[in-house]
Ligand binder design. Sequence first.
Ligand code: NAD
Length: 513
Amino acid sequence: MILREYYLIHDAKIKIFTLLKSSQMPLTTTRFPETKNYIGGKFTGSVKKSMDVLSPLDGSVISTVPLSAAEELDLAVQAAQKAFDAWSSTPIKERVQIFYRYKTLLEKNLKELATLIHEENGKTMDEATAEVEKSIELTEFACSMPQLIPGKILEVSKAVECRIDHKPLGVVASIAPFNFPHMVPHWTIPNAIVLGNCMILKPSEQVPLSSNRIAEMLKEAGLPDGVFNVVNGDREIVEAICDHPGIQAVSFVGSTKVAKIVYKRSTSTLKRCLALGGAKNHLIVMPDAHPEMTATNVTASMSGCAGQRCMAASAMVGVGNVDPIIQKICDEARKIVPGKNLGAVISKEARERINKYIAEAEKAGAKILVDGRNPKVEGKENGFYVGPTVIDYVTPDMAIAKEEVFGPVIAIIRAKDVDEAIRIENSSNYGNAASVFTQSGGVARYVMEKASAGMIGVNIGVPVPREPFSFGGWNDSKFGVGDITGESSIEFWTQLKKTSIKWNPEAKTNWMS
Ligand code: NAD
């Protein structure tokens, strides 16, 4: 079946042909226009350096992305500073109206937006659709901000009142990774902007297309020019963000290595910073776990988005005899077919890194139960695919047990009891998520208490907290105070103004007056 879609990108009418084999995965695409910076409400094309953007689906060049220099960032900061006074003094009830309209645009354009994510990131259309749905939910939460930040007022002594208000910080920056080109920017954009800040987004240079559409739709929804800006680039622009004196706060999502650099560099210039890093999530499987539910959850967690989720199951700690459950996990994994219900990994380098972890584990004595290396994906021979891989008898000292693999791979470590399983989980430097699969409330409670991670699942493989609850890990998975989404984000994106008021001249003075 041939399906034709038309849509607007930077005012150019682009024709996309998607040849659908199943209802899931388009097989061929034409190119997209070049990605641009978006500064002061305009797409700008003055950047001298650029690089190709490849689609992981088939390795083809689909666009180019500018690699901006500090001067472009400076222009964006100036545009944001110019917009800040008017935007921050617009009542919040008016600010959210724009985001109500924006949410409607996300809903209206859902399929087109999902197609962009699918093309630039390589995840399946179903996963890309779910990603936009999550962005819609995040926008919906931001629309509830007027109800969440009404402030407080109290008569603290006769005729003297104190009040407290949440005030925006000014110009803020959001730096995003490749794995969720749409959702991760929506962790920060709606909340920060509704709360009165002006933002500069630095998308991942590997997946820059979605951000340009976000800019277009925010403008269409009525967001004033300069309130939201996009500056594309790589390391150079991230460092310029950390150093820029006109930026008050930096949020970062990406690997731990870069999270540490960004946290140190931006706080050394006295900025507020919240930097989310990588992960190595452990799923503890007890012998009494429900076999089917556990197998489907573990498999979905390790293989969803091709294992490129910071919440993905990466290590499974099997306690006692869990062989029947492992057998079912292998059966489930074999049902997953790269290019059909499993997307591609982001790049050739990522595929090689994942394959290397598998090979090294095998060499070190682990047993490969399902081997996803070098799958054949017909018509997509140049795509970056790794099939689901299940590896048993991994030991805690192996690299595959300790490091973030970020592919559709589960390393199974055997433990004799729950205490040993907890020790293995606790020994990880990371601490994003941990889950336990059991039918025992007591064991579940014990793991909830003892696991060293910010997000815990009980019989859930991907325990993502939904708003108003907040998202954020512990240990090397997050640097900074508070979380990036939900109610916790309010503290990050605002500062408190405390005002004491006395109108009555007869009111007594005291040492505080
Ligand atoms: P990355 O750290 O390589 O890149 C993230 C951002 O930093 C990008 O915008 C990139 O341009 C920039 N960057 C890269 N190298 C840099 C350097 N040396 N100096 C300054 N900036 C640099 O991460 P990625 O590969 O895009 O994304 C995958 C990683 O993100 C994984 O580790 C994953 O676990 C993590 N992640 C974490 C969360 C979370 O909530 N904790 C969520 C999503 C992804």
